[in-house]
Design a protein around this ligand. Structure first.
Ligand code: AMP
Ligand code: MG
Length: 317
């Protein structure tokens, strides 16, 4: 199999037909590309795990066509409902107790389900025609860098899925914020584009783990194949041995002494950096370098979300 990359109306039609038949389709969202299949069809969900080589212990995020699905699939508390009303469609994933119609396979046996409504126009249009929720984790092989373009998906999964709906590059570039509410407290399970200060008007916000299994919070994740190491942004880069080929993920222009440099944002803008982060990691990974050094992001909420991804990429070696 070799995935077809389709665009526009033709792509949406084909995506709806393939999904309705229980097949896999990679779809663009505003965060990263997702690998979608019918959420309420356990066999379709199984195809996602198989294509990604994802452990069955790692639950899938379910994307809904509209806010009314929150209560069709789950039993949300009032605060979760308020967060959905406020942030959907958008890059916020909400965890609630699941209803029996959500297959256990999809939630990896958890009694809870992670729900989100994407704001991407192609994703929304596909789901509104399908009129069914889809499970859609990032469209990469397990543990690898999340894809932010149709070509990235093709490189990761082109041999395993029939089609990719091409919506151009993703706007945010890093995965959704995941939260779970408990007794009025909003627990952030994964940092992302919706920040702590955006959540604070709605309740006390905590970044302490709740005990829920949130595999996005695995220590190692989002990893290139080349060993990656974090270095402080404000210091001179440490020297590396002669003959060792090192690439740099940089926050400034003009860093001599490296075999390849990808500048995330010369202005130090974390929004810009997030959108190009995974593409830059992929390009460096393709250069056959001995190591990638990543400068730490400037301190900010989104900067911290980027640092979280870089730490996980560094931890996997
Ligand atoms: P991704 O593969 O990048 O889409 O990540 C999906 C992430 O959603 C997982 O890694 C988990 O962290 C999170 N998730 C999905 N379902 C649940 C759940 N029921 N409870 C807690 N976290 C969940
Ligand atoms: Mg992922």
């Amino acid at each position: 199999m070799s995935a077809r990359i389709l665009q526009g109306e033709v792509g949406i039609e084909e995506a709806v037909t393939t999904l309705a038949a229980g097949g896999l389709v990679a779809l663009p969202t505003e965060t990263v590309y997702g690998l979608a299949a019918l959420a309420q069809d356990a066999r379709a969900c199984a195809r996602i795990f198989e294509a990604k080589a994802r452990p069955l212990s790692d639950p899938l995020i379910v994307h809904v066509p509209g806010p009314e699905w929150l209560e069709r699939l789950a039993d949300p508390d009032p605060l979760t409902r308020l967060l959905a009303e406020t942030f959907w469609p958008g890059p916020l994933t909400l965890i609630s107790p699941k209803k029996p119609c959500v297959p256990d396979l999809c939630t990896a046996g958890e009694p809870t389900v992670a729900l989100r409504m994407s704001a991407h126009p192609l994703f929304l249009e596909t789901l509104s025609r399908l009129n069914e929720p889809v499970a859609a984790p990032s469209a990469n092989r397990f543990g690898r860098i999340s894809p932010t373009s149709a070509q990235h998906v093709f490189d990761e999964l082109g041999a395993k899925i029939p089609m990719i709906l091409d919506g151009g590059p993703c706007v945010h570039g890093i995965e959704s914020t995941i939260v779970q509410t408990r007794e009025g407290v909003i627990h952030i399970l994964r940092q992302g584009p919706v920040t702590r200060s955006q959540l604070e008007p709605f309740g006390k916000v905590s970044s302490q783990p709740t005990g829920a299994s949130a595999p996005g919070t695995l220590k190692s994740h989002y990893a290139p194949q080349t060993p990656l190491r974090l270095i402080p942004r404000d210091e001179e880069a440490p020297r590396h041995a002669k003959g060792v080929r090192v690439g740099l993920l940089a926050w400034r222009n003009a860093r001599p002494g490296f075999d390849a440099v990808e500048v995330l944002s010369a202005q130090g803008d974390p929004v810009m950096a997030a959108t190009v982060l995974y593409g830059a990691m992929r390009r460096l990974d393709a250069r056959g370098l001995d190591a990638i050094w990543a400068e730490t992001p400037p301190a900010s909420e989104l900067g911290d979300a980027i640092l979280d991804r870089l730490r996980k990429a560094a931890a996997s070696q």
